[in-house]
Design a protein around this ligand. Structure first.
Ligand SMILES: [Zn+2]
Length: 395
């Protein structure tokens, strides 16, 4: 085995890692900040359409947030060109014998392309399988009136249930969780709990089914979501889960046959509260309005071109936390598209989400959906409250 002096290894790692890697990937110009040595690309190790492969010249490392590939100059050459450590050092050091001949490079490129296509196909099969499972859950759902789901909504001042509301109820939905098994690498999935849940369908712009959003509620405490503890850590687990894909999907809760106005918010109950208030106070406007939930906060704005420093939140190391910024990445094909005929948009902001983070999302949504002749306004609940709290106070 060839031994290298530390100085030789240091020398091959001396240049910017983005130069070494940039020969093999196309940096994403919108996301990269070359002046800071900050580069993003679609990952060369797994198939993807939006860049999650990051390269940091300052630290001299790359890292993929999609597949976890990570390393330095040498590691990249080893992994990407299929070389040993010694060969990679010689390759980077410019030793003429170590350069790969065009034939080998072409063969390796073809092999990588084949692997990427295989991974893409496997991912697509997985997504379709998940979608079918999600649809099977939704199909089991039944109408809300007369059920404990209606009682849950009533306790939150969200009943009687509106006509045409796209929500269903299941009496016993399994809650899957994972536990570590000694001697095994992968945690083992098991059913931690089964109980009543609300279901709402996530649909794509063409109306096709994309997934289901499941919310478990506590049958013994009307109006309360399920507070299920993790048996291992004791921490409270999320009462909501989504199955299926968020890609271009939203929970289209109320869809009039014809509408030119859209009210959209992060959470289902926020949106329902707004719908009820509007139906009572402005029925003329209510009838021409669709009410959607965006599944989660960030999905409302889609991807950002860059992150921004949070004015008060800090990381564990005391640096400002970074959150997705106000400028939408218009190449994000997974973001929620709006039909062109929508002339008015109201984005609902909960006072109980972090305000700065939410403002960036609303700014992105407004910029993404901007169109001649369309107005977009943000409506904010008072600090510390959401629209559901307001409905409960007004009731
Ligand atoms: Zn990757």
């Amino acid at each position: 085995m060839t031994r290298f002096a530390d100085s030789e290894i240091a020398r091959v790692k001396d240049g910017p890692i983005s130069d070494a890697i940039g020969r093999y990937v196309d940096w994403d110009r919108a996301k990269s900040v070359p002046s800071k040595g900050d580069f993003w690309a679609c990952c060369p190790f797994h198939g993807e359409k939006t860049p999650s492969f990051h390269c940091d010249d300052g630290k001299g490392i790359y890292k993929c947030f999609g597949c976890g590939a990570t390393g330095d100059h040498i590691r990249f050459v080893q992994e990407y060109l299929g070389k040993s450590f010694a060969e990679a050092v010689e390759y980077l050091g410019g030793s003429p014998d170590a350069q790969t001949d065009p034939e080998t490079e072409a063969r390796l490129a073809a092999e990588r392309e084949r692997k990427r296509r295989e991974q893409d196909a496997a991912a697509e099969r997985y997504r379709e399988d998940e979608r079918r499972k999600a649809y099977a859950i939704w199909r089991e759902g039944r109408p809300l009136p007369g059920t404990e789901a209606e009682a849950y909504l009533a306790a939150r001042r969200l009943a009687p249930v509106m006509d045409g509301l796209r929500l269903r109820y299941v009496p016993s939905q399994p809650y899957w969780h994972q536990k570590k098994v000694s001697g095994e690498k992968k945690p083992k999935p098991y059913v931690l709990y089964s109980g009543p849940a609300l279901l709402s369908p996530m649909t794509r712009p063409d109306g096709t089914f994309a997934g289901v959003h499941i919310t478990w509620f506590d049958p013994d405490r009307p109006g309360k979501k399920l507070a299920l503890g993790d048996p291992e850590t004791g921490e409270i687990l999320p009462a909501k889960k989504i199955r299926g894909s968020k890609r271009q999907a939203a929970e289209r809760l109320i869809m009039p046959a014809a509408f030119d106005r859209l009210v959209i918010g992060e959470g289902r109950e926020t949106v329902l509260s707004a719908a009820r208030a509007e139906k009572a106070k402005r029925p003329d406007r209510f009838v021409r309005t669709a009410f959607w939930a965006s599944i989660d906060l960030q999905h409302m704005g889609g991807n950002a071109t860059e992150t921004v420093a949070h004015p008060t939140l800090k990381t564990k190391l005391g640096r400002p936390a970074r959150v997705p910024g106000p400028v939408p990445d218009m190449s994000d094909e997974a973001a929620i598209p709006l039909p062109e005929f929508v002339r008015e948009v109201v984005t609902l902001g909960d006072g109980d989400s972090d305000r700065f983070t939410a403002e960036q999302v609303h700014a992105r949504a407004a910029a993404r959906w901007a169109m001649t002749g369309r107005t977009i306004v943000a409506a904010w609940a008072p600090e510390g409250k959401d629209f559901n709290d307001l409905a409960m106070e007004e009731a």
